[in-house]
Structure formats: structure tokens, C-alpha cells
Design a protein around this ligand. Structure first.
Ligand code: FUB
Ligand code: ZN
Length: 558
């Protein structure tokens, strides 16, 4: 029997808390407020724009050529396949919320090219199939995993395939993904090829394939790829901190190396902790998280201070003008934060997630949806070119991981707003929306009315078919409690907590927060309204003295 089921069975037998499940993005309709217009721009501008760019730059043709549908050689960088997968992932989310026959047809046509490019045994890496030679291909399959992106690319394929299948019910891309994953399972593992990928991502993808197919081999392989990292391997020298391959992952205590690789890896480790109940994995990710939020995170939630190696710096190494803060690293960290919340039920992870969403992530894309930052420094004279040859947001990059990460992450934001666990309904993000969730076995509909972050008032109206007892857990943000991050890295000059007012049907309610949540358990009836009013003061923030770059500086935060 699958290990997951064993755990679930034993957890229920012990009467432990039910797992926390996110309310899917497709059940959270966001068409107004702060995020509505941004989601709209992502769907109407960024999706077609990124698709066009992938066409223009040969990224899509590479599949057609590898599949023998078109003449020509490989164009671009070996990991460009992943860009196409990321756009399909983003487009699929939008197809699910806003059916669009023309877009669906376009995506199906791209998927047909991907399917054609897949080799008979499931191998898919257009650069090799097209015979290009580079460090990223190596002389034969899997021979230079340290540099090649063979496994990284298919990780994004798996995420795209699951998104596409869930959104459209069509199996074409999912079948490509499963064939590829089966090849990985036949190739890698104990007693087979024992090598980790150079750039993490396949682990997250395998977990998603496991979750959608129930096939335990995928979960086991994800874990295998984590477990062999940092361990002595025959014929594969350890690759050091840059690839988080300097020590076994469970012994890693500090966030080091390439920030995107690191945060995708920490996210996958958190998945393993949640799905297998392995406590050692839980301890490892909590320790790494603490290191990041206590010593290595910008006030924007950005991570990866160094341009060299696109990497985490030393503790408190947080320069402003040279801050790298790759947009992909912000996204990777947000994905990790969400998983940490799902693992623990602690609101402080969502505090960080929220900070990233409104700052470190959102800075990466223009309001018009077609200009992007790759690095996001925190100081600029307006002239110095930091953004791959530009001092402003740019239309595209040779290495365009960030624009295509934006297009697939933006539509996931509604899915970060709520979660359920048994008879608890978590309200994590204050997003104007209409949502539905199953709580205590009943469908509960929520209408959130808010102009947050324009002001701090949110009203949550409950709608259900019959009065039902459940607990509404509303996050009490860390900033409200006088804590910019869940650590002492930054503090407010004006100090302390600000008082929020919680009401149910107009009556004041006083409760002590639990794990960062205001929890109201009662029999809820249609039309009941909970409101939370959080005063939004402008406050000065200072960094700890160890952050030399911030000596004599304050940030203004609202
Ligand atoms: O290597 C693939 C992507 O390109 C990384 O995630 C980014 O940091 C950029 O280097
Ligand atoms: Zn990037």
C-alpha cells in the first residue's frame, strides 16, 4: 500500500488533525479588488505575449524540429523547453477560469509539437534530440547532470501537464509527462543511476504527478533525488553549495547557493515532510526557513542577494543597489512558504508569502503585463543597467525564466487565499473574491469584500444551505503585531502591535490568536458576516545592526 495511505490511516486512528488542503484556485473567483485587474492582464496580455515570444525565439519550433515536423537546428539555450512548459501551465490555469477556444486550440497545437518531440522511450530534451552540443547536453543522456537541464525541464513539464489536465480534462500533455516520468523511474533510483539533478525542479513536478495519479513511484523518486544530494556518489563528485550538494539535505542548516534551485528544493522537501510524515524533513525545512527569514531575506521578501551565482549571501549580507533578488527566487520562496503553511498551519508563513506577493514578486512584472525585471535591486540611480542590459523592466531576456514564471504564478494566487482542514476554514489572504470550499462536509460559500491593501477592512460574508458549525480562522498578519518578518531581522521604529477590530454580525469579538489566527467557532448561517478592520499606519522599518548596507537607513512601510 502507498506510504501516504498508511500515514493517513494511522493519523486518523490517532485522532490527529486532518491535513490542511488549499482551496483550489478554480474555486476562488477573483475579478475585482487589487488582484482582479492583475489576473486579467496576466490572462489577456502576458499569456499571449509570452507565447508569441516563445514562437519568435524558436522555443516552440525546437519541439517541432525535434519531432520532425519542421526543418532546422536547435535554437537558444538548453533549458528553453522549460519556458514553453511554464507558459502552458499559466495558460491552462486561465483556460480553467476563463474558457477560450482560440487559446485552447493554440495550446493544443503546441502540445502536439511537444508530443512529437518526445523520443519513443519517453526522453524529452529538444537540444539533444536535435544534436546540439554544449555543456548542457553532455556526450550522452544524463552524462552531465550537473550542468544539463534534462531533469529541470521535465519538472516544469510535469507541473504544466497536471495543470493542463485538471483545467481541460485532455490527456495529451499528461500522457507525455507520464511517459517521461516512467523513463525517469526506470533510469534513476537505488541500484540504478544514482545522481541528483543539477537544477532542482523535477522533485516538485514528480510530487504533483504523484498527487494527480496516485502513483507512488513518482513520490519515491522525488524523495530519492533529495536523499542522494550531498552524499558520496560513484563517479559523480559532489558539486558543492551552488547546487545544494555540499551535504545531505537533512543536514543542511543554512540556505546557500543558487537561490531558485535552493527554494525549489526546500519546497520539495516540505512536500515530502507533509506527504510522508517524515519528521526529519520537517525539522530540516523549519531550520532552513529560520535561516532565511532571520538572516537572508530583504524587506520585500526577496531572496538571493548575490548576482554572482544568483545566490544567497552570507548571513546579513543584504546590499541594496546590487541586490539580485531574482523574480524566480521570489516565486520559488512563495511556493515554499505556502507549503510550509500547509505543513504546519502557522500563519507566520503566510505573512511572508503575502509580503512576497505584494513586493518581491509583483515588482517583477509591469502593470501592463509585458515588461519584466529579472533581478530586483532595492536602489537605483535610474541609469545603471542591471536588468540584463536595461535600467528598466525589459520585454524579454535570452534566459527568460522570469517572465514565464510570472505567467504561471499569477493565476495561482487565488489558490493561496484559503485552505481547509476538517471543520476549519482558513482565510489567509485578504482578496476581494467569491469562493467556495467544503468544510465539515458541507459546501460553504464566502464573499470577501475588501480594497486591501488600499485599506485594512475586510468583510467576509458566509453563505451556506443550512446552518453549520465550523471554525473560521482568519490570519492576523504579523505586521499588525509589530513584526515585519517572523524574526528579529527588521523592526518597526514606532514599535508595537496595532489593534485590529474583529466583529461578527456587527458585534465586537475578542479572542486570543492561535498559531497567528483569529479563530471563531460557531454555527454559521447564510448571511453571517465577519469583519476584520486592521489600521494601516505608515511605519518606519529598520534592519538589525548586522545588516551593514542598511546603516542609517529606514524603509517606509504601509
Ligand atoms: O537555470 C535555469 C534558470 O535560469 C534558473 O532558475 C535561473 O536562476 C536562471 O539562471
Ligand atoms: Zn528567473
Amino acid at each position: 500500500m502507498c506510504r501516504l495511505l498508511v500515514l493517513l490511516v494511522s493519523a486518523l486512528a490517532l485522532g490527529e488533525e486532518a491535513p490542511i488542503e488549499p482551496v483550489p484556485y478554480s474555486d476562488v473567483v477573483v475579478d475585482g479588488g487589487f488582484w482582479g485587474p492583475r489576473l486579467d492582464t496576466n490572462r489577456r496580455v502576458t499569456v499571449p505575449y509570452d507565447l508569441e515570444k516563445c514562437e519568435e525565439t524558436g522555443r516552440i519550433s525546437n519541439f517541432a524540429r525535434a519531432g520532425g515536423l519542421q526543418e532546422g537546428a536547435f535554437e537558444g539555450i538548453a533549458y528553453n523547453d522549460s519556458d514553453v512548459y511554464k507558459v502552458i501551465e499559466g495558460a491552462s490555469y486561465t483556460l480553467s477560469t476563463h474558457p477560450d477556444a482560440a487559446l485552447a486550440e493554440r495550446i493544443d497545437a503546441v502540445i502536439a509539437k511537444i508530443a512529437a518531440a518526445q523520443e519513443d522511450d519517453g526522453y524529452l530534451y529538444t537540444t539533444r534530440t536535435l544534436g546540439a552540443t554544449s555543456l548542457m547536453t553532455g556526450p550522452k543522456r544524463w552524462s552531465n547532470l550537473a550542468a544539463s537541464h534534462e531533469l529541470y525541464n521535465v519538472g516544469h513539464l510535469y507541473e504544466a501537464a497536471v495543470a493542463n489536465f485538471q483545467a481541460t480534462g485532455k490527456r495529451a500533455l499528461l500522457d507525455v509527462a507520464l511517459k517521461s516520468a516512467d523513463l525517469l523511474c526506470a533510469t534513476f533510483g537505488p541500484g540504478k543511476l544514482e545522481r541528483p539533478p543539477g537544477h532542482q525542479e523535477v522533485e516538485i513536478g514528480l510530487v504533483k504527478l504523484f498527487q494527480s495519479s496516485g502513483e507512488c513511484n513518482y513520490l519515491d523518486l522525488a524523495r530519492f533525488f533529495l536523499d542522494i544530494r550531498g552524499r558520496k556518489r560513484e563517479g559523480d563528485p559532489l558539486r558543492g553549495e551552488y547546487q545544494q550538494d555540499h551535504a545531505p539535505v537533512l543536514d543542511q542548516r543554512q540556505a546557500v547557493g543558487h537561490a531558485v534551485r535552493a527554494c525549489y528544493m526546500y519546497a520539495a522537501m516540505t512536500d515530502i515532510a507533509a506527504l510522508t510524515g517524515d519528521k526529519a524533513y520537517g525539522v530540516a525545512v523549519e531550520t532552513l526557513w529560520k535561516d532565511v527569514v532571520s538572516r537572508k531575506m530583504y524587506l520585500t521578501g526577496g531572496v538571493g542577494a548575490r548576482g554572482s551565482g544568483e545566490a544567497f549571501g552570507e548571513a546579513y549580507e543584504l546590499p541594496n543597489a546590487s541586490a539580485y533578488n531574482e523574480t524566480c527566487a521570489a516565486i520559488a520562496c512563495a511556493l515554499w512558504a505556502q507549503r510550509m503553511f500547509l505543513l504546519t498551519g502557522e500563519a507566520s508563513y503566510v505573512d511572508v508569502l503575502e509580503r512576497i506577493l505584494y513586493n518581491g514578486f509583483l515588482a517583477g512584472v509591469s502593470e501592463s503585463g509585458d515588461r519584466f525585471f529579472y533581478p530586483n535591486p532595492l536602489a537605483s540611480d535610474g541609469r545603471t543597467k542591471f536588468n540584463h542590459g536595461s535600467a528598466e523592466r525589459a520585454p524579454w531576456f535570452d534566459c527568460s525564466c522570469c517572465p514565464v514564471n510570472v505567467v504561471r504564478f499569477m493565476p495561482q494566487i487565488p489558490g493561496l487565499a484559503f485552505a481547509t482542514s476538517g471543520d476549519r476554514l482558513y482565510v489567509n489572504l485578504f482578496v476581494e473574491c467569491n469562493a467556495k470550499a467544503t468544510v465539515a462536509g458541507k459546501e460553504v460559500r464566502l464573499h470577501l469584500r475588501t480594497t486591501y491593501p488600499g485599506n485594512g477592512l475586510t468583510e467576509i460574508e458566509v453563505d451556506l444551505d443550512e446552518p453549520t458549525e465550523f471554525e473560521l480562522r482568519v490570519r492576523r498578519p504579523g505586521w499588525l503585531q509589530g513584526r515585519p518578518l517572523p524574526s528579529d531581522l527588521y523592526s518597526y521604529r514606532e514599535g508595537l502591535a496595532v489593534q485590529a477590530v474583529l466583529k461578527v454580525n456587527g458585534e465586537d469579538v475578542t479572542i486570543l490568536p492561535e498559531r497567528g489566527y483569529l479563530c471563531v467557532r460557531r454555527v454559521w448561517s447564510a448571511g453571517d458576516v465577519m469583519s476584520l478592520d486592521m489600521p494601516m499606519e505608515v511605519r518606519r522599518v529598520v534592519a538589525r545592526g548586522e545588516v551593514e548596507a542598511d546603516h542609517g537607513l529606514v524603509a517606509l512601510e504601509r
